[in-house]
Design a binder for this molecule. Structure first.
Ligand code: DLZ
Length: 161
């Protein structure tokens, strides 16, 4: 089904007794702050609803999505972080800047995960308009932050089972 017709965050949460021990690092881009703050709220509330502990969540703010890779690397290298969630929102403008940022952050985040052998979650909205982003950050299409939080929990559970 096309994403325009469904709430992308409508999936089942299942609690796992180990989740309270998982430690998360969340990197939040300051660009399009209205969107990324809502995604952050979604990510932490989902982690907690799945059994996570708020005290085990560390936040790091970076200026823009391009800097998510460096933020992810900073958190991933910490022994007290098991998984990293990257939250950003890149909105198409009139130039090719969008393409370069999206390409760089997708590859950069992938590389950090492989390098540190920890889940690094791509919670980055890449939209044509601010409205499309807001629809996916707590609006009619759910919250990409929820999905990112759930994905981090699921990956840790998968890798620790
Ligand atoms: C420069 C820029 C532009 C034009 N658009 C966005 C955007 O839509 N979303 C986002 O997260 N960041 C944007 N940035 C900032 C870049 O990510 C980066 O912070 C700067 O290029 C400095 O490296």
């Amino acid at each position: 089904m096309a994403s325009s017709q469904k709430n992308l965050s409508s999936f089942n949460y299942s609690k796992d007794q180990h989740v309270s021990n998982y430690r998360f690092g969340i990197v939040v881009s300051e660009w399009n702050e209205e969107v990324t703050e809502s995604m952050f709220e979604g990510a932490i509330s989902t982690i907690i609803s799945m059994g996570g502990n708020r005290n085990n969540i560390t936040r790091l703010d970076v200026p823009g999505s391009f800097e998510l890779t460096m933020g992810a690397q900073h958190l991933a290298q910490l022994r007290e972080v098991d998984a990293v969630i990257c939250l950003g929102c890149v909105i198409q403008g009139e130039t090719r800047h969008f393409d370069f940022i999206c390409q760089a952050v997708a590859q950069g985040i992938t590389d950090v995960g492989v390098k540190y052998n920890k889940p690094v979650i791509f919670g980055v909205l890449t939209t044509d308009t601010l409205k499309q982003a807001l629809d996916r950050a707590g609006g009619k299409h759910g919250n990409k932050g929820d999905e990112a939080g759930a994905t981090a929990v699921k990956m840790l559970t998968a890798l620790n089972s």
